[in-house]
Design a protein around this ligand. Structure first.
Ligand code: PLP
Length: 441
């Protein structure tokens, strides 16, 4: 097959996720063949800045040979074994210890999965099992947020608040409800401060609890910063108030850190940046920097104790704690630690990105709500800054903008008309300047 044929061949046999496949077949796709640092290369030799770290996951950048070496060694020694029936293996033991080391002190147990969606589904079953174990089986309802994203399985898509996903497949499933997202720019009242809005938005949770009854609610789940919803960064007052409400009503608090985890916000976990303490943390993506599929649900001591009291948890995936993925994740975490990548995002490259991001985008007539925390950034395309009026057909303008960037060899993503970026955490100042110069053209 010649290089040029890949795009055409792809259309013959491959159905892409989250894509209009008829349009892809008509317009063609770009064929990525190589990656190095923050760059990916297509089969026509173009060097493309990956401003999205793949899908918010290639935290240590492309082409780290150490990960390939570790994967080969593990493949040679033990390519697969399961962790179901009284067995384990060194790779998963070591990764679990490493995760306990990088997680907050009260997180000492981990349940493995193959992806973020599986982590979310696992968590949904786990919180119900936890309450049943404590003799409160009526606590089943899980509260998520509109415009949150928690994956594509039936559980994850239900918990997420993407109405387009709900529309395709009779979702959400039973016992999943939503409250409004903490989107200050779009939902604040005239003259309301960000802090006041943060408290008001968090109080929507308490209103929902009062409506349903805390005795029926298992957990509240949110991304510390909504990623796929368009990098919605809540006001600083939001999460501490959410935590207070969960504690008051005895409801588990879950941070879905599939995007925010492993350095994205300049902390190991996004909840640390947002100032709250969860009971469960769902992860994937940055855990292996996307080099192999693996997810993990990090479980606090309090929740572990409840689970252990409940006997067998009838749940698990064949690839849970897959040896090769575990070995790669372990090496990835070592690289993040040894090279001080998380601190670098916090102290140096994050602040630089924030400054340059604001300088670059604030000046455009149709750009507003320019925002950035660590290395997760967004802005919104708006028709009128003064009135905050959005463009009609939310998302159409974003897609146009995304396609223009892509033509200029820059990958950024449009989440509706929110334009977002989340480059590899190893990006340099010079690379940030190049990326933003392309975007501002
Ligand atoms: N949770 C969050 C917060 C995510 O952003 C995602 C994916 O983007 C998921 C869950 C689902 O992860 P995956 O696509 O690995 O199933």
């Amino acid at each position: 097959m010649s290089k040029k044929d890949y795009s055409k061949q792809d259309a013959k046999h491959h159905l892409h996720p989250f894509s209009d496949n008829a349009a892809l077949a008509r317009d063609g796709v770009r064929v990525m063949v190589k990656g190095k640092g923050i760059y990916v290369y297509d089969d026509e030799g173009n060097e493309i800045i990956d401003g999205m770290a793949g899908l918010w996951c290639v935290n240590i950048g492309y082409g780290r040979k150490e990960l390939a070496r570790v994967a080969k060694k593990q493949m040679d020694e033990l390519p697969f074994y399961n962790t179901f029936f009284k067995t384990t293996h060194p790779a998963v033991v070591e990764l679990s210890a490493k995760l306990s080391e990088v997680a907050p002190a009260n997180f000492n147990h981990v349940f493995y999965t193959g992806s973020g969606s599986e982590s979310v589904d696992t968590m949904m079953r786990m919180v119900r099992h936890y309450w049943a174990s404590l003799g409160k089986p009526s606590k089943k309802i899980i509260i998520g947020r509109w415009n949150g994203y928690h994956g594509s399985t039936i559980g994850g898509a239900s918990l997420g608040g993407m109405k387009g996903m709900h529309a395709q497949g009779d979702l959400p499933i039973a016992n999943v409800v939503h409250i409004e997202q903490p989107w200050y720019y779009g939902l604040a009242k005239d003259g309301e401060s960000a802090d006041d809005f943060g408290i008001r938005a968090a109080n929507w949770l308490e209103e929902k609890i009062n409506e349903i009854g805390a005795d029926k609610i298992a957990a509240f789940v949110g991304e510390p910063i909504q990623g796929a919803g368009g990098v919605i960064i809540p006001p600083k007052t939001y999460w501490p108030r959410i935590e207070e409400i969960c504690r008051k009503h005895d409801i588990l608090l879950v941070a879905d850190e599939v995007i925010c985890g492993f350095g994205r916000t300049g902390h190991w976990f996004g909840h640390q940046a947002m100032g709250f303490k969860p009971d469960i943390i769902t992860t994937a993506k940055g855990l292996s920097s996307g080099y192999l599929p693996i997810g993990a649900v990090l479980v606090s001591d309090k929740v572990t104790e409840g689970l252990l009291a409940g006997g067998e948890f009838n749940h698990g995936f064949t690839y849970a704690g897959h040896p090769v993925a575990a070995a790669v994740a372990q090496k990835n975490l070592e690289i993040l630690q040894d090279e001080g990548i998380v601190d670098r995002v916090h102290d140096k490259i994050g602040p630089y990105m924030q400054k340059r991001w604001h300088e670059t985008f604030s000046k455009f007539k149709y750009v507003d709500d320019v925002r950035c925390e660590g290395l997760i950034c967004g802005f919104t395309l708006v028709k009128d800054k003064a009135t905050r009026e959005l463009f009609p057909d939310f998302g159409t303008t974003g897609l146009m903008c995304r396609d223009i960037f892509f033509k200029h060899n820059l990958i950024m993503r449009a989440c509706g008309d929110h334009m977002v970026a989340a480059p590899p955490l190893v990006i340099t100042k010079k690379e940030i300047d190049t990326m933003l110069a392309i975007a501002a053209k």
